[in-house]
Design a binder for this molecule. Structure first.
Ligand code: ADP
Ligand code: ADP
Ligand code: ZN
Length: 215
């Protein structure tokens, strides 16, 4: 099964993608994670992407589509992909349709996670992740069971993203509304869109997501 989690920054896409990975034989394909890895490695792509990401704008379609196409050549995508943070523009959506088509694959569902803008600033400002395994946490909504220790891997080091500040979040939200929200109509026209309530607590969102995928 190949699915897209569609929603603004902080909607809970990464959180639910990691739960799905554990529960089903699917892999998370997060273009944000892939671009951050490129920035950290100092590659050509990383150098081009860094300033754009720091400003909360979208990296060019050409770069992002190239990164996804390479990733889709790896064997572990055969069990199904959870696209997280991709596509974000109509051009990316068209490129994905084409890419899947060429590989004899298709999209099973696009799940829109709806969250109010006001809640997103709080979600993003309180977000941190385990430096070792990447598990996501939140200062108030999802604290580690034991303070300072990752629930998943026992890691003791955590990190926060440079672009997770209130100012940059505003730009990222504007980019979402202007460039990404039109995809809702694109996938609705394909009959693939399901909408769930991203404002609910994490367990309830997981339940709604499962119902959207299996129902
Ligand atoms: P996205 O990948 O869509 O940007 P994340 O999954 O990283 O979003 O979630 C953003 C932050 O909000 C994280 O700190 C996460 O722990 C927290 N979070 C995720 N889902 C919920 C939820 N349903 N209710 C409250 N907080 C949540
Ligand atoms: P979030 O879900 O919190 O918005 P991501 O990790 O998905 O964050 O993305 C972080 C940044 O990486 C974005 O603000 C953007 O600059 C860049 N980025 C990620 N995915 C894409 C994409 N599909 N197209 C263009 N830029 C992207
Ligand atoms: Zn961890």
């Amino acid at each position: 099964m190949n699915i897209i989690l569609l929603g603004p920054p902080g909607a809970g896409k990464g959180t639910q993608a990691k739960i799905l990975e554990r529960e089903r034989k699917m892999v998370q394909l997060s273009t944000g994670d892939m671009l951050r890895a490129a920035v950290a490695s100092g590659s050509e792509i990383g150098k081009k992407a860094k300033a754009v990401m720091d400003a909360g704008q979208l990296v060019s379609d050409e770069i992002v589509i190239g990164v996804v196409a390479d990733r889709m050549d790896q064997p572990d995508v055969a069990g199904g992909v959870i696209f997280d943070g991709f596509p974000r523009t109509t051009a990316q959506a068209q490129a994905l349709d084409k890419l899947l088509n060429e590989k004899g694959k298709s999209l099973d569902a696009v799940v829109e996670m709806r969250v109010d803008d006001e809640a997103l600033v709080d979600r993003v400002s309180g977000r941190f992740t385990c430096a070792k395994c990447g598990e996501g946490f939140h200062d108030r909504h999802k604290r580690p069971k034991e303070d300072g220790v990752c629930d998943i891997c026992g890691g003791l080091e955590f990190k926060r993203r440079q672009d997770d500040n209130a100012d940059t979040v505003r730009s990222r939200l504007t980019a979402y509304h202007e460039q990404t929200a039109p995809l809702i109509a694109h996938y609705s026209a394909q009959g693939k869109l399901r909408t769930i309530d991203g404002m609910a607590d994490i367990h309830e969102v997981t339940r709604q997501l499962a119902a959207a995928l299996d129902g």
